[in-house]
Design a protein around this ligand. Structure first.
Ligand code: B12
Ligand code: SF4
Ligand code: SF4
Length: 364
């Protein structure tokens, strides 16, 4: 039952969230989210998850949070947003300056969320402190999670009123945009829920039209197999040839469907949280120099950074595709050296693809 006392508790939770550095917070009641679950099942049944087989595991825990895989007896979920918005407004006129400067890897782009420290580490710490606070205040169980449990974080974020679902699938918070990450504290405490937000996209289709690899078969549905984010971060092994050109200069992840969204345009320059600024170890590197990474250097370079996720071969693969797309003949010697150096035949074949692409551009 929700009493005056619990109303006070929600306010205390919000205050705690803001002192922990979360930019937005919402509360949802734990229930069966059948509609979202059907969307998720359709996504899996159509094979749109590609090689992310973990997405098909523990399917039932995505229907509700009151399961052994998440938290038995869960009644409420507190959804918290952590901003990683770019330092400058993302209007078209400033894009080139922004992309070739500090925010890229010397000409190659890294998705904004991945430029600094791995968010899992510091967001988890904040969520642990929030869970401790909830336990102390309510005497109930509370479990923090950030990408750590098989749950539909966006569905809960929408129900908790953190934002609405855009046609690009992102949770968009009016007045803030979508450049934030989600994390949750699931609890057996009964808290007063916030109101869910309906989509505010209207007739706009900017994100769908801007996707460089045509990954949206229809609004709100993303075929991950074609998404640059999936291909450059999650997918192991070869990237289909027909998708390589669309990757363009995106070395790691992609922000295109967020960059074009009107909800992400801001009239005023924005501060970037220091945890999300591109570290010097990356901004000083050229893409070409990554071709000769060995395992030891890879581990040093990616320590505490999200960029380690694709592994050494994955980063070399991404670098080769970006260099092929640059079409600059000064990169040819490094690519020829890769053919000699790499033991993996698909990587050698990719170096040959990049060389052929550059050489074909040089011909009159
Ligand atoms: C797998 C995954 C991916 C995959 C697949 C993405 C996808 N769209 O499915 C890939 C690798 C491609 C990916 C890419 C990115 N990801 Co990702 N990803 C995930 C992960 C781990 C699971 C998502 C999932 O289950 N997908 C299956 C689909 C079917 O579910 P869904 O996208 O969550 O959509 C549900 C709801 O939104 C709702 N819904 C969908 N459409 C509609 C329409 C209406 C009208 C309504 C009412 C509801 C509704 O139903 C869906 C099914 O339940 C989540 C973390 C998590 N545990 O949720 C992060 C997560 C979604 N990713 C995130 C981010 C930041 C990104 C990138 C921006 C990273 C980047 N820059 O490269 C891109 C964005 C691409 C995009 N436009 O979605 C954030 C999103 C934050 C936000 N503001 O929305 C999350 C939540 C991680 C986090 N903890 O912050 N990601
Ligand atoms: S992240 Fe990039 S590739 Fe993926 S859906 Fe958005 S625009 Fe398309
Ligand atoms: S670009 Fe337009 S359609 Fe896409 S999420 Fe933003 S408002 Fe919605």
């Amino acid at each position: 039952m929700i009493t005056e006392q619990t109303q006070g508790l929600e306010e205390a939770i919000r205050t705690r969230c803001s002192s922990l550095g979360f930019t937005r917070v919402g509360i949802a009641r734990v229930e069966d989210i059948s509609q979202d679950f059907s969307r998720y099942r359709a996504f899996i049944d159509e094979g749109m998850h590609g090689s992310m087989t973990y997405l098909a595991h523990n399917q039932e825990s995505r229907r509700t949070l009151d399961t052994p895989a998440v938290l038995d007896g869960a009644r409420s979920v507190i959804v918290c947003a952590t901003d990683y918005r770019p330092a400058a407004p993302v209007d078209a006129a400033k894009r080139d300056a922004v992309d070739s400067g500090m925010l890229g890897l010397r000409g190659a782009r890294v998705a904004a969320y991945a430029r600094g420290q791995d968010y899992h580490n510091f967001v988890r710490k904040r969520l642990r402190r929030l869970a401790e606070f909830v336990r102390n205040e309510t005497g109930c169980e509370a479990r923090p999670m950030v990408d750590t449990a098989p749950i539909l974080e966006r569905a809960w974020a929408r129900l908790a009123g953190v934002g609405f679902v855009g046609k690009n699938g992102m949770i968009i918070a009016p007045g803030i945009g979508s450049f934030f990450l989600l994390g949750e504290v699931v609890t057996t405490a009964e808290l007063a829920p916030d109101t869910a937000l309906d989509s505010r996209c209207g007739a706009c289709t900017l994100c769908l039209d801007a996707c460089p690899t045509g990954a949206f078969p229809r609004p709100f549905v993303l075929d991950a197999r074609k998404c640059v984010s999936f291909l450059t971060i999650e997918h192991e092994g070869e990237i289909p040839e027909e998708l390589r050109e669309g990757i363009g200069d995106r070395f790691f992840g992609c922000d295109e469907c967020q960059d074009v969204c009107p909800f992400n345009k801001s009239p005023t320059p924005r501060e970037i949280a220091p945890q999300f600024a591109l570290g010097a170890r990356w901004s000083k590197r050229t893409v070409e120099s990554l071709l000769s990474l060995d395992e030891a250097e890879f581990r040093r370079l990616t320590l505490g950074s999200p960029l380690g996720r694709p592994g050494r071969d994955g980063l070399v693969r991404n670098a080769m595709i970006v260099l092929g797309n640059f079409g600059d003949e000064s990169h040819l010697p490094a690519l020829y050296a890769s053919i000699e150096r790499e033991r993996d035949e698909p990587l050698r074949a990719l170096a040959r693809w990049a060389i052929a692409r550059i050489e074909s551009r040089q011909r009159p």
